[in-house]
Write a protein of this length. Structure first.
Length: 447
């Protein structure tokens, strides 16, 4: 969008289809719930479980967890259904609450919408106190609404800047050792420029541009700039005054200035082939990058725009269907699913930060002294989705049924800024569109 053009206003229903393609419009069917309480039931019998069919290693780990649970006792048997990624969230949103499974997986940002539409029940009465206590604070923050826990995850996520030590040293660029000495935005920009000066094509930075910024990657990957600049995507149900501040506009102006140094990375090999010395991406690229660079790989925090370095967090989580008649059995399965054996198997399969305290502390990748300790350090300082200040690092995307509108408008604004639009203009339009949609939907408050 060019400066001066007008973005048509989108409701959360439209935004669901635009930016969360796995979510169907039926999710916006006028929800009014706070997550109907499930029935306790007998704690025996067969329960149904739905999960997304991720990569084979993830699916195998989940199937092993189910088989282990079923064979370990006779009171409860789990019937697992794996649904293809492309259809998963759409399937939940188009299925009546009474026909949903006893236990279901969901992507973190969709949780509030499912609660709003009475499809998830609070899990606190069904899972054990030990399971709740062992969940990391960041995982619990993503799964909580109004003091009630609706979800817990086997794993979490995080962002960082991967660096090529060989190229950094050749360009005379000093780099951070951890959160305490993160680059400022100015220092990061200076490093990008110095590295570009030593690069044959002048492109020293990978921002995963090929993923597109008018997408969930735009929000997850770059909302940390907003939070680090002291702003927010949403605060007390409003975007105006927190998203469109001068500090956030200035920070996105800096982001815009990096474009000339960015490798488009259309082949996905910009960092592994040494074309870019820095790559702004998440934990999931570590296996590929480590294999390619070996000891030349360094893991750095995102730059500090004034209120401390920030990262996104959150991923797939597990909850109990609001219509279940056997919450006790559902809770017993979740207790098993979230034990160290299963969490370790799953995170070994996908490389993600474990979502439990004990598995995280024991992880070869994320434990103290491990190559990805930075990600664990970040997740140990969670902000939740509201109280974002200099004391915390890992921020949960806004927990609201209106999240689809928030992410659609912000990511479009980010994409526009990257394309040359004035940040003040783009942010002001996004904030107005978000607030109008929230006004049209009574703030997505449960009735």
């Amino acid at each position: 969008m060019k400066p001066g053009t007008t973005r048509s206003r989108r409701t959360a229903c439209t935004a669901l289809a635009l930016v969360l393609p796995l979510t169907a419009l039926a999710a916006c069917g006028g929800g009014s719930g706070t997550g109907t309480s499930a029935e306790m039931g007998s704690g025996t019998g067969t329960i149904t479980v739905w999960a997304h069919q991720g990569v084979k290693a993830e699916a195998d780990a989940l199937q092993d967890a189910v088989e282990s649970f079923n064979s370990s006792q006779e009171k409860v048997q789990v019937k697992l259904t794996l649904i293809p990624d492309a259809d998963y969230t759409k399937t939940i949103t188009t299925t009546d609450a009474s026909r949903l499974p006893d236990v279901m997986e969901f992507d973190g940002p969709t949780m509030a919408n499912f609660v709003y539409n009475n499809k998830l029940a609070p899990i606190g009465d069904y899972v054990s106190a030990g399971t709740l206590a062992n969940a990391t604070d960041a995982v619990k923050a993503q799964g909580e609404i109004n003091g009630k826990q609706y979800g817990l995850g086997m794993y979490d996520s995080g962002l960082g800047v991967y660096g090529n030590k060989k190229l950094l040293e050749a360009a005379g660029v000093e780099y951070p050792e951890g959160l305490s000495d993160a680059w400022t935005a100015a220092e990061f920009t200076d490093a990008v420029k110095k590295l570009a000066a030593e690069d044959p094509d002048g492109k020293s930075l990978d921002l995963q541009e090929a993923n597109g910024y008018a997408s969930e990657w735009g929000t997850y990957g770059f909302a940390p700039i907003v939070w680090s600049a002291g702003g927010s995507l949403l605060e007390n149900g409003k975007a105006e005054g927190v998203l469109d501040t001068p500090a956030v506009a200035s920070a996105l102006k800096t982001f815009q200035s990096w474009k000339k140094y960015v490798d488009p990375n259309t082949d996905g090999n910009a960092f592994t082939k040494g074309r870019a010395a820095l790559s702004w991406v998440g934990h999931w690229m570590y296996p590929t990058y480590s294999e390619a660079l070996g000891d030349d790989l360094v893991v750095l925090p995102l730059p500090d725009f004034g209120s401390g370095p920030k990262t996104g967090q959150g991923s797939w989580a597990w909850g109990i269907g609001a219509g279940t008649k056997n919450g006790k059995a559902a809770g017993a399965f979740l207790d098993s699913l979230l034990n160290d054996t299963n969490v370790t198997a799953m995170t070994t399969a996908n490389g993600a930060p474990p979502g439990t305290r004990s598995a995280l502390a024991a992880s070869e990748l994320y434990k103290r002294g491990g190559p990805l300790q930075l990600f664990a350090d970040q997740l140990s300082k969670p902000c939740g989705d509201s109280a974002v200040d200099e004391s915390c690092v890992a921020v949960t995307r806004p927990i609201t049924a209106g999240y689809p509108t928030v992410t659609a408008e912000f990511s479009q604004a980010l994409s526009d800024v990257y394309g040359g639009t004035d940040p003040e203009t783009a942010l002001a339009e996004a904030a107005r569109a978000i607030d109008q949609d929230f006004s049209d939907n009574d703030g997505y408050e449960s009735q």
